[in-house]
Design a protein around this ligand. Sequence first.
Ligand code: NAD
Length: 293
Amino acid sequence: MSDEVGFIGLGRMGAPMARNVAAAGFRLVLRDESDEAARRVAADTDGRIAAAPSDFAGCGVVVTMLPTSAVVAKALLEWEGGLPQHLPDGAVVVDMSSSVPHDTVALGARLAEHGVALVDAPVSGGVPGAVAGTLSIMMGADDPAAAERAQPVVDAMSARTYRTGGLGTGHAVKALNNFIAASTFVACGEALIAAERFGLDKATLVDVLNTSTGRSFVSSEVLGEHVVDGKFASGFSLPLMTKDVGIALDLLRETGTAAGAGERVHAALAEALEHLGDVDHTRAVEYWASLGR
Ligand code: NAD
C-alpha cells in the first residue's frame, strides 16, 4: 500500500499530529475547510493540499481530526460528492476525533458500502501530547486487519495504543475519560473560587493539590498556568469539552447508570458555554467566579 496518508482537520490538535506523521516518513495529503490551516501544515511538511476528493486516491490511510461526529460525516461523505469512492481497495479511515460511538458505527456501515474500513482512535494528552507525539490512543475496530494497517500511522502520533474492542469502543472510552477529566476541572474550579473567597492563596492551593490526594492532570497541567496565572490557553475549547461530557452523559443514561455527577458537570459547562461561547475551557472558572455573590 502507498505511503501517502490523508489528513483531514488541521486545527489545534490535527496540525501537530499531522506534522508528526510527516516526520515519521509518510507523505501527506491535507484537507481543512480553512485554507490557512491547510497551508500552514503544508508549508512545514511538504504535504499536498487536496483540491478535490480524488486527490486522496493514493491514500491507504486517511485520518480525521475534526470537532464532532457530524463534521466527520460531512467531511467524508458530503465534500464534493464524497471521499470513499475515490480511496484505494483496502483503505482505512481512522477517526481520531472525539466522536459519538453510535454515530461511528453508522458511519462505518456507510464507508463499508465502498469497501473502506473505519477504525476509531481518539486521543488523550491535549495539545502538548499532540506536539510531542505522546498521545494515548484508544482504538476500536471490527476488523483487526484494518487496525493493523492503521497502526504505523497512529504510532507516529502516540506513545501507547489501547485496543478497546469493536468499532465505537474507542470513542466510548474517550468520552468516559473526558467526563472524569471535566468533573475534576469543575471541582477544581469551584475549589479555587472558594479558596479565594476564604482568603487563601490560590497558587498555594494548587501546590498542595499537586503533592496531595487531589492531584490530577487538571491540577498539574491546567490549573496553575491557565487559571491561576490567567493564561487561559490550554488549547481545549469549552464547546468541545461540553460536547464530550454530553456524549458521556448519553452513554451513562442509555446504560441505566445513575448519572448525578454527569448531569451536574454537564449543566455547569453548558451554562458557562451559553454565556462565554467559543473560548478556551479554562475561562469557565471566570464565569463561575462571577456567580453566587
Ligand atoms: P479545532 O477546532 O482546533 O480544529 C478543528 C479543525 O477542523 C479546524 O481547523 C477546522 O477548520 C476544521 N474543520 C471543521 N469543519 C471541517 C470540514 N467540514 N472539513 C474540513 N475541515 C473542517 O479542534 P481540536 O481542538 O483540534 O479538536 C479536534 C478533535 O479532537 C475534537 O473532536 C476534540 O474534541 C478532540 N480533542 C481535542 C483535544 C484538545 O486538547 N484540543 C484533546 C483531545 C481530543
